[in-house]
Design a protein around this ligand. Sequence first.
Ligand code: UGA
Length: 439
Amino acid sequence: MKISIVGTGYVGLVSGTCFADVGINVTCVDIDEKKIENLKNGIIPIYEPGLETMVHNNSEKGRLSFTTSIKESLENTDVIFIAVGTPPDEDGSADLKYVLEVARQIGKNMNHYMVVVTKSTVPIGTAQKVKAAITDELEKRGVEVDFDVASNPEFLKEGNAIEDFLKPDRIVVGTESEKAEKMMQRLYKPFLLNGHPIIFMDIPSSEMTKYAANSMLATKISFMNDMANLCEIVGADITSVRKGIGSDARIGNKFIYAGAGYGGSCFPKDVKAVIKTANDNGYSLRVLKAVEDVNNDQKHVLVSKIKEEFGYNLDKMTFALWGLSFKPKTDDMREAPSLVLIDELIKMGANVKAYDPVAMEEAERILGDKVEYGKDPYEVLIDADALIVITEWPEFRIPNFKVLEKLLKNKVIFDGRNIYDPEEIVENGFTYYSIGRKP
Ligand code: UGA
């Protein structure tokens, strides 16, 4: 089989590389010449554990190639995936200009049957727009070429993307023809060995599934954060409550960790987009609006605790920050709770010294010298007034309390991810603030 993937962003590059890894002949396409040149030389544009080696191995074996030409990639291709960006418009809806431009390019150049699949997270109705754009271009050329459109949303988690792709919980495919369904079934066969299903449905349901999945996950988090805030008020502990409810299989023990809010390129964007879709159709998604509100407030929760400890005047104080990325195992800073925290601290006159195992370069690109960066977790503690943990990187989990005590001006820790045992911290003489737990 031969496939093409347009867009070498997160989803496109991971998908292309994993398809190549099971022996499929893959061409990845991007308009960014520099990116393609780099990829040809084994330099990958994102941080994702294991990806670089996999790109290298599959390129060497000749199964994975890179080009800037959609036309070239269409040669002998059975399936072409559109995995380009859909950045949010000002009003929160997904901007489809890149997706539709790719569709037009396909229509301008296709000469044999293929399945055109949208893999980017796209609003309901996008596959039909892709179909219309391709048909329009074919008509302009005065040729008739048979093709099908399909929707195949992606459920990868950053930092765990390869594992998620190779061993998916499920694969969702929306199709409108048996021919396309058979083709997709064949393509995904190597990934279904662990017994998890490929679920076929109509195209609008498949497009909706992606939004519903991310919305449900975001809802779980905002629900737990709301409960955590109440736990603090009534003297309960969210960790115990989490264990108490998570043992009920109907609720499940995954994705119910309270913290300083969810971030990333997906949940905030998708929640906004689906609220907008509903509004556009005269319906109000009341639960999701509350999910968004709770999350916006939750990103400020650590600042409230800092004010509780140090008062409102943080002028000239220095805070050591452990973590910058929106979650561990990625350098992605999009919608990261750290950005809201840093912004508020700086507004209140404080200085921030930050350390992150992989996201400092990205942080510097966004924040410049607003923040001072340290070369290891302990360096940023020197003369800092307190420590704030915002991303739960494994290397922050067992700190050396003796060193912390020596370097920090005050023995105070603000933990936005509940990674420490409150008893242990208090035994070591520290004042400890976390989310929804007793100190
Ligand atoms: C998310 C989904 O989990 C993927 O299934 C989906 O494919 C992806 O979006 C996407 O749409 O592309 P991702 O954004 O990589 O993946 O990150 P997650 O691991 O889901 O974490 C999202 C945020 O939720 C992070 O800020 C994390 O800290 C927070 N979170 C997660 C919590 O606060 N509590 C939890 O219990 C779990």
